[in-house]
Design a protein around this ligand. Structure first.
Ligand code: MG
Ligand code: MG
Ligand code: MG
Length: 305
């Protein structure tokens, strides 16, 4: 049988990387054959912190897949966020916590999705359903994903299942959730090492809807003004990207993970999709209490675009 590859979305976040490793571990055990975790891009500082802490290697970089390649998708299903060649791959399994859009297969598949805060919460359930023991390292990766996606359970995407999974995983991995979580999240706010061009791609989701294409990117920080010091340069890079990719809108969300607020730089022809709800001044919208792209920003843009 051909090698099976597991991967999350492009511009990988901690959930996409850690859930790929975890899912590969589970699938290897269930199938009795090697299943390989992969990544579709560079690993961010937050994820690096988690991998280093639990002493786990980075998954291998995957640039495209051949026709007929058997793949397992975690933390995404939209083809626009997946690997090059996905249209002609054989999608065997999906475990995800996002909406279903821009997705189809020619054959039946295992599709496991729930509106929870994190893919790893669903993987936690799959270990239980299959009676597979969770090793401490695997527990550490899963809890890192949950902390990252839910911002330490503060995001409105958080559910009771995420909370319960996190607590149980912390016992297995023997970590203090708040202490470890804050350190990990803070590691991800070290944005100085990135040039502006990298910053706007660090955690960027491209959405295509009929003939409209737009990007919602997000970075975490402990100081929004610190990031806003780079506004002019960021705007220049965003405008370049709008031209190069023919985007109607680019929303660059800067999220304060300590106070759970965001400010966004908004550029493009369709800034009206945001300005219907938030005042935009100097290309900036102040968004009190907003931390979730999926639950708070994406639905707003979808409704108005
Ligand atoms: Mg993700
Ligand atoms: Mg996720
Ligand atoms: Mg995220």
């Amino acid at each position: 049988m051909k090698e099976i590859l597991v991967f999350g979305h492009k511009c990988p976040d901690t959930d996409s990387i850690c859930s790929s490793i975890v899912m590969a571990n589970l699938q290897t055990k269930l199938r009795g054959m090697e299943v390989t975790p992969c990544r579709l891009g560079e690993i961010n500082e937050e994820t690096k912190y988690a991998l280093k802490y639990f002493n786990v290697e980075e998954p291998r970089l995957l640039e495209k897949v051949e026709e007929g390649q058997i793949v397992v998708l975690v933390d995404h299903s939209e083809f626009s966020q997946s690997v090059e060649g996905i249209e002609n791959a054989k999608i065997d399994t999906v475990v995800d916590h996002h909406r279903i859009n821009d997705f189809r297969t020619s054959e039946p598949l295992f599709y496991y999705a729930q509106p929870v805060g994190c893919t790893s919460t669903l993987l936690f359930e799959l270990y239980k359903l299959n009676n597979v023991e969770i090793e401490p390292t695997i527990a550490g990766l899963m809890l890192s994903s949950i902390i990252s996606d839910t911002l330490l359970l503060k995001s409105p995407t958080t559910t009771l299942k995420d909370k319960n999974a996190l607590e149980e995983l912390a016992k297995i991995a023997n970590v203090d959730i708040n202490q470890y979580g804050l350190e990990m999240l803070k590691a991800g706010t070290n944005l100085d090492k990135y040039i502006e061009e990298e910053l706007i791609h660090l955690d960027a989701k491209t959405v295509e809807k009929e003939d409209i294409k737009y990007v919602i990117a997000q970075v975490n920080t402990v100081s929004i003004p610190d990031v806003m010091k780079r506004k002019e340069k960021l705007e220049r890079e965003i405008n370049k990207e709008i031209l190069a990719k023919g985007l109607s809108l680019f929303v660059f969300v800067i999220t304060d993970i300590v106070n759970s607020n965001s400010e966004a730089i908004i550029l493009g022809d369709r800034t009206d999709a945001i300005s219907k709800e938030y005042e935009i001044k100097d290309n900036i919208a102040v968004m009190p209490g907003v931390v979730s792209r999926k639950k708070q920003i994406l639905p707003l843009v979808e409704k108005n675009i």
